[in-house]
Design a protein around this ligand. Structure first.
Ligand code: FAD
Length: 514
């Protein structure tokens, strides 16, 4: 009884505090008459939640948070914001690193896309799914699996929103074969920076369609995406093999991605890899894979310059080809040059494979290691310079403590539509190198941030023409350099679709003048 009363008292105190803080915060006059089916909020807790992101490196408190119930709600808010030049940021799941979905201006609105909207509707006959822009990929997967179907191209982690990843590209080990997620979209509904709700596709309002894909939220807010589906496999054979020779590792990865477009039995379904400079890491983060029954000891494997490379591949299979899958895998592995004693295999349901990073998330959360600063750096490195990158960065700048996984895998440029807004290196094949690091204290944060700068300086100094993925710059000149030849088009599209530059100002690409 005493406990109940205490709890009640606590709740009442909490509610009063919340009321006191919230009083004085009023709905922006610009949005007073928009008439929403959803709701507007100036609740301090909601404003606070919308003022940080996964990176925990930036902060920006919005004046208001909008929870739209429909695409028309989004259009009403953006129209009102357009008329009064108010900054507006769509927020998917807030998993950006550098404040890309935040409002940094004194006044501005975050449209919280996560809740409400039209949900997920599968069209079995058309082999596509219509998805609300704020929906998470994990929800898309569970809805489509009910029909035995699934999207073809993924990100490693599924708790990201459809609108958020389509604003970047959406890449993973399937990209070499299916292209990034933005290559697998048939149609979009988009609210432009003028507050117009427009349906667009390759054939209809195509300029807007291509602009928005990889467009960093600059041209409109995606309220619906129509995404291509394929029959979902049931199980996955997941294989990791190790290399001590970087040249061999790259040759094999490049060989495997050259098999894109071949029938399923003649290629792997997923090709990724990672760099191991830190033994603790391989037996921990993202990986109950090697340990405890298969612990990896780097020193025993004669790592080249203390560095090992792990190729990660998968083969999907069903009841029908369960008998031939081993033979197909052996046939492919035979052509590779890994350390022969280092084959680690696991077998699991397709969903568990796709949702693998969530398991790591839960582990990190339970240790209080998830909500910490993440000074991540993602680079696309041209194939012709990847060995120089290895020498200068993996075997040079990094040292032997990485503070998080370092992914490396190649992709085929032919699978990226040049009409989209995203930029990639000039060469036919380029690598993603992703430094996915966590900083548990200020000292480490400073150390890793400096190291990121050092890596970028090294690339610049050695004329390795990298492009940042999930790019972060703070001056327009840097953005112009990033887009290169594409800048003129990017700028023209901005003037056409968001002439008052009110959208996604957190990206810091265009100057916002209220
Ligand atoms: P947010 O951070 O909310 O928004 C990102 C940007 O998109 C902002 O500018 C925002 O204004 C804009 N935006 C959001 N929603 C919309 C919309 N509906 N319409 C238009 N613009 C919108 N990326 C990969 O490609 N592959 C990976 O494997 C991968 N793994 C990741 C794993 C983790 C643990 C994390 C944290 C991130 C990962 N990412 C990966 C990066 C991720 O794709 C991007 O950070 C993406 O932007 C996050 O989606 P979000 O929904 O949280 O977007």
């Amino acid at each position: 009884m005493a406990v109940n009363n205490n709890n009640k008292l606590l709740l009442i105190t909490f509610a009063i505090c919340r009321l006191i803080v919230t009083v004085g915060l009023t709905v922006l006059p610009e949005l007073l008459d928009v008439g929403l089916e959803g709701r507007l909020s100036v609740d301090t807790w909601e404003l606070e939640a919308a003022s940080v992101d996964f990176g925990r490196l930036s902060r920006g408190v919005p004046s208001e948070v909008v929870h739209p119930a429909t695409a028309e709600d989004v259009a009403r808010v953006v129209k009102a914001a357009f008329e009064s030049a108010l900054a507006v940021s769509a927020r998917g799941h807030g998993h950006s690193i550098n404040g890309q979905a935040l409002i940094r201006e004194k006044k501005g609105v975050v449209i919280e896309m996560g809740k409400g909207g039209s949900g997920v509707r599968v069209c079995e006959k058309g082999m596509y799914v219509d998805v609300w822009g704020g929906e998470l990929w994990i929800e898309v997967l569970s809805a489509t699996l009910e029909y035995g179907l699934a999207p073809m191209s993924w990100t490693d982690y599924l708790y990201l929103s459809v609108g958020g990843t389509l604003s970047n590209a959406g890449i993973s080990g399937q990209t070499f074969n299916h292209g990034p997620q933005i290559t697998n979209v048939y149609e979009l509904d988009v609210v432009t920076g003028k507050g117009e709700l427009v349906t667009c596709s390759e054939d209809r309002n195509s300029e807007l369609f291509h602009a928005v894909l990889g467009g960093l939220g600059q041209f409109g807010i995606i309220t619906r995406a129509r995404i291509a589906l394929e029959p979902a496999p049931r199980r996955v054979r997941w294989i990791r093999v190790l290399y001590s020779n970087f040249g061999r590792f790259c040759e094999d990865q490049e060989y495997l991605i050259s098999l894109h477009g071949k029938p399923g039995r003649e290629r792997f379904d997923y090709v990724e890899g990672f760099v191991i400079v830190d033994e603790g890491l391989i037996n921990n983060w993202r990986s109950s894979f090697f340990s405890p029954s298969n612990p990896v000891n780097i020193t025993s494997l004669n790592a080249d310059g203390g560095v090992l490379y792990c190729l990660e591949i998968t083969k999907n299979y069903d009841q029908e080809n369960a008998d031939s899958v081993d033979e197909e895998i052996q046939g492919l592995l035979k052509k590779l040059h890994f350390i022969s004693t280092s084959v680690f295999t696991s077998d699991l349901p397709y969903v568990d494979f796709l949702d693998r990073v969530h398991k790591a998330e839960l582990k990190l959360r339970s240790k209080g290691l998830w909500d910490v600063p993440h000074p991540w750096l993602n680079l696309f490195v041209p194939k012709s310079r990847i060995k120089d990158f290895d020498k200068g960065v993996f075997k040079g700048i990094l040292g032997n403590k990485t503070s998080g996984p370092i992914l490396i895998y190649p992709m085929n440029k032919s699978k990226w539509d040049p009409r989209s807004s995203v930029v990639t290196p000039e060469e036919d094949v380029f690598y993603l190198v992703a430094f996915l690091r966590s900083a548990l204290d200020t000292e480490t944060l400073e150390y890793l941030t400096n190291q990121n700068r050092q890596i970028l300086r090294f690339c610049h100094g050695s004329e390795i023409k990298v492009k940042q993925y999930l790019p972060h710059y703070t001056t327009q000149q840097e953005w112009m350099d990033h887009f290169g030849d594409k800048w003129t088009q990017f700028n023209a599209r901005k003037m056409q679709f968001d002439p008052r530059r009110i959208l996604a100002t957190g990206q810091q690409i265009f100057q916002f003048h209220p």
